[in-house]
Design a protein around this ligand. Sequence first.
Ligand code: 2AM
Ligand code: CA
Ligand code: CA
Ligand code: CA
Length: 265
Amino acid sequence: MDLKQLDAFAKEIIIEAGKRICASFSYDLEVEVETKSSPNDLVTNIDRETEMFFIEQIYQFDPTHKILGEEGMGEHPDSMDGVVWIIDPIDGTMNFVKQHRHFMITIGIYIDGVGKLGYIYDVMREDMFYAIAGEGAWYNDSPLRKLQPLTIEEAVIGINASWVTPNRKINHEKLIDLIHTVRGTRSYGSAAMEIAFVVSGKLDAYISMRLAPWDIGGGIIIAKEVGAIATNLNGQAPDLSGSDTFLIANPYIHQLILEHYIEEK
Ligand code: 2AM
Ligand code: CA
Ligand code: CA
Ligand code: CA
């Protein structure tokens, strides 16, 4: 497998898909919004059309490649053998619908279960965060540095406000302690965007109670190249076979956050 050729192809179709999504903001194209598992879990025709675009392009490029997409438009791969693309056509659908910004296309390409190429593309800014396993990570044309040491007091973390109120999943009092300890908090509404910010040092950690393989499949490949640590809230490596909790952080604070501030119910 020629990774350079695959990388060039992946970037080409991600940028093309981004242009198609932008075109949907023109007035004569209707965006149809539906809810999925809950009133705040949205999907649109553009999510589905973008996933279909990727599937068609990838099968034309190589029909042996397999595709796991959030919207389930392709055949669900039965294993991670061979080349598997894990695709979230729009990460941050609520941002797409409501804000017309802050939504990402994110893709991870795995060969026999090993992450090889990872992409997080900010469609409106035309910003690409990406990595080639073993060769490094980039933000557009600039190499991303290894993450630098910092203390928890200096950290800026991504977290959704709902986890700091009483909930069934996690001890929110400990998260309140965390919020009082760190320098600042942010919440962007796109898991991939928050992961892109952690790998590029714009955030120092991001916590989520429930993410799916397509939310993190690209980002964790980029994380490895810069030394960011990604696990579930038990400290185990992320499992791409189903949904799980998630913590990605600067390596100097990852373990500290897990030990002192995370207590699942
Ligand atoms: P999505 O936009 O692709 O659905 C904030 O909602 C972040 O969590 C987004 O990255 C969103 O991805 C992701 N997410 C994962 N599971 C979700 C769910 N069940 N409902 C809403 N967002 C979900
Ligand atoms: Ca979704
Ligand atoms: Ca997503
Ligand atoms: Ca999505």
